[in-house]
Design a protein around this ligand. Structure first.
Ligand code: ATP
Length: 226
């Protein structure tokens, strides 16, 4: 899925002030590419991912995902587009405490597809990510790394064309991190566009393009935090 962001601006209004988070973001990414975005804490990476996936609206500018101009569409259409085409791995997992791992993975698709089909797909991915033995455990019984892998599995359930990963390896040890990256690489090789947000500069080696976020802008040329 080609991605194009033009002059995207986004602010938050608090009681005291207006926080200008995205000041003028321009991004162009070819379908099937892997973009890694790094940048200091608070520079707006998560906000950008939320706007890109339609979880938040932008104040100005345009977001084009393939032929879909997200910034112009109504919420209902955006929600359907996200459900069909985007996978999102949240920084804080966003798993349901009351459900076991298998149900957590299935739950976003349950209202829309046949349960037996979703369950088969879920079990296949759960096995691929080495989580079969934890399938009937609830999030409170999972390690940080297991929760993170569960969040990745859930994001892959709809065969996304765009996979957004916000710090997907923050809780993983180096071996699990590298394993996860290899699985993501395989997924990219199947044609999926990947956007990865991370503080871990080593992960840029997996990507085709690296950009740094700073002062509300995305800069494609810098490789350091300096
Ligand atoms: N809903 C909100 N209301 C007000 N301010 C917000 C809101 N969401 C984010 N912010 C502010 O926007 C700025 C950017 O936040 P964001 O989470 O996008 O940064 P980040 O680069 O992802 O940070 P980190 O690397 O720590 O995850 C921060 O100053 C944050 O406090």
């Amino acid at each position: 899925m080609n991605i194009q962001l033009n002059n995207v601006k986004k602010s938050y209004q608090t009681e005291q002030e207006t926080i200008h988070v995205l000041k003028n973001v321009n991004v162009e990414l070819e379908s099937g590419c892997w973009l890694t975005i790094t940048g200091p804490s608070g520079s707006g990476k998560t906000t950008l991912m939320r706007c890109l996936s339609g979880l938040e609206s932008v104040d100005q500018g345009s977001i084009l995902l393939g032929d879909f101009e997200m910034s112009k569409e109504k919420e209902e259409k955006t929600r359907a587009f996200r459900r069909e085409h985007i996978g999102y791995v949240f920084q804080d997992f966003q798993l349901f405490d009351q459900f076991n791992l298998l149900t957590n993975v299935m739950v976003p698709l349950l209202p829309y597809e046949k349960k037996s089909v979703i369950e088969q797909k879920a079990k296949q991915l759960i096995e691929q990510f080495g989580l079969s033995e934890r399938m009937y455990h609830k999030p409170s019984q999972l390690s940080g790394g297991e929760k993170q892998r569960t969040a990745i599995v859930r994001a892959l359930m709809n065969d996304p064309k765009l996979l957004i990963c916000d710090e997907p390896t923050g809780n993983l040890d180096v071996n699990s991190r590298d394993q996860t990256m290899k699985v993501l690489k395989d997924i990219q090789q199947q044609g999926v566009t990947i956007i990865l947000v991370t503080h871990d500069l080593e992960l840029t080696s997996y990507s085709d393009v690296h950009a740094m976020m700073r002062d509300g802008q995305v800069n494609f040329s810098s490789l350091s935090y300096a």
